[in-house]
Write a protein that binds this ligand. Sequence first.
Ligand code: C2E
Ligand code: MG
Ligand code: MG
Length: 512
Amino acid sequence: MPTDTTVASAGLPMVWLMVMVVLLIALAALALWFGTLYLRERHRRELLSADLDAATTRLGDYDGQLPPGLVPRTRFDAELDTLAHKADREGRHFCVLFVNFDKLGHINERHGFGVGDAVVHELASRMITAAGPKAVVAPMSGDEYLVLLNLDLAQAQSLAARMVKELARPCVVEGAPEHIGCSVGVAAYPEHGSRQRLVSRAHAAMRAVKLAGGNAHMVFEPRMETNTREQAELVADLRLAVARGELELFYQPKIDASSLQITAAEALLRWHHPKRGMVSPAVFVPLAERHGLINAIGHWVIEDACRQAAQWRDQGLRMRVAINISAHQMREDELVERLEATLKLHGLQPARFTCEITETVAMENTEVTRRTFAKMRQAGLHVSIDDFGVGQNSLSYLRQLPAAELKVDASFVQDIEFNRDSRSIVDALVKLAHALGLRVVAEGVETEGQRDVLVQLGCDELQGYLFAKPMSAKALGLWALTDDSAGPGAPSQEFRASLFEQTQPMVPPDMK
Ligand code: C2E
Ligand code: MG
Ligand code: MG
């Protein structure tokens, strides 16, 4: 029996041993299985993530349907970072070009945006070819591009010169050759500052080329930045101009061509800068548009012009008051509501208030401008199309606008005495406008000769230095008190006669 016990006691560890071995084998198999699963999953994830990266890059490339050869700005910035790190490590140089097409505005104006787009396409592909296959090219806006070149300054300069030459070749636009050209600014790393400043320095160099007449390239120099800095300062000052009371509306009268009576006064914005003196709206209105300040300034103009109109009305000076409306204001949802509310506040009739909208803006024909025009018509405002003749005027569209007045651009008036083309154009414009029931105002009238031709061609109203320059509201009040019929500039107790009552108001009868 002891033997049995021995066997039994010897067999027990054997069984345990076997169980342990089986367990271990099972555990190892399980670990192996999990390990394989884990590795396979990791591999799958890596593949997936690589696929996603590639897909994202591809998507990025075609973001906004970029034409071939262009990359999105984000990709350009990433490449710029990589090149800057490499240049730091290896002591190498690279360059950024800022390219701007020169005379696209003319093409858009004369031939329309569709033709303009085709020209941009042609110029962009010439630029990409000139930049070479290794360049990274990204669009900044419709006619501005950034080019990253893994070249030193001397090499980049000769490439920029080649690019300028390539783009100076004429483009055929609707059968005729057009010289567009480009301005190229060059900034090199590390010569022209940190990676972050490179693009703005290439831009400053491009601006310098533009100022010098375009169609060339220039390498960045510190003096070029003063302009950019000056502009930034001007924008910062402009932000505070309304609150500081630095803006003023000057007024220039419009005169009835046959009776010389006043019909209206156009408000023209002036900025009294504390250091620079009077700044022209031709300088600060585009700046205000670009930096999102025009709506705030425009609101001030509406309020001040209405206040002044009410004051003149109370004093017995009868005429329309006109304001200029910018492109951004036309896209503002509440513009007409604001005008209506302010006019109501001052007890003014909308028909006695003119909104001058440039032809270029009026012809935009976008959903939002159409809506604003429709609201203007509904509100009974007097609408005038300013600077007519310079844009790509679509005469059939002009018929749909609720305009009551058309202002012939000063450029036609300037040479109307001696240029037969200008005279024929104004002749045709007057006939067309009259056929559409619009009154015609000629602006920029400086000489008696111009006045005589314009009157002979049938212009209804005249405006220009010949009659009066833009002046303060107070000066206009005094000017309106002089009576030329009693001798030139003779003072009078009464305001000059106004043709206002004879003009065709656009209001429904119950508003009179
Ligand atoms: P615009 O509305 O076409 O105004 C006519 C411009 O021609 C004015 O220039 C006026 O002073 C000038 N002018 C008038 N008569 C003569 C003349 O006989 N000869 C010459 N050489 N010039 C004459 P200004 O005041 O510098 O205004 C320039 C432009 O700035 C205006 O052109 C208008 O587009 C814009 N602007 C002016 N005030 C405002 C405003 O309150 N809001 C907006 N959005 N734009 C404004
Ligand atoms: Mg105007
Ligand atoms: Mg004008």
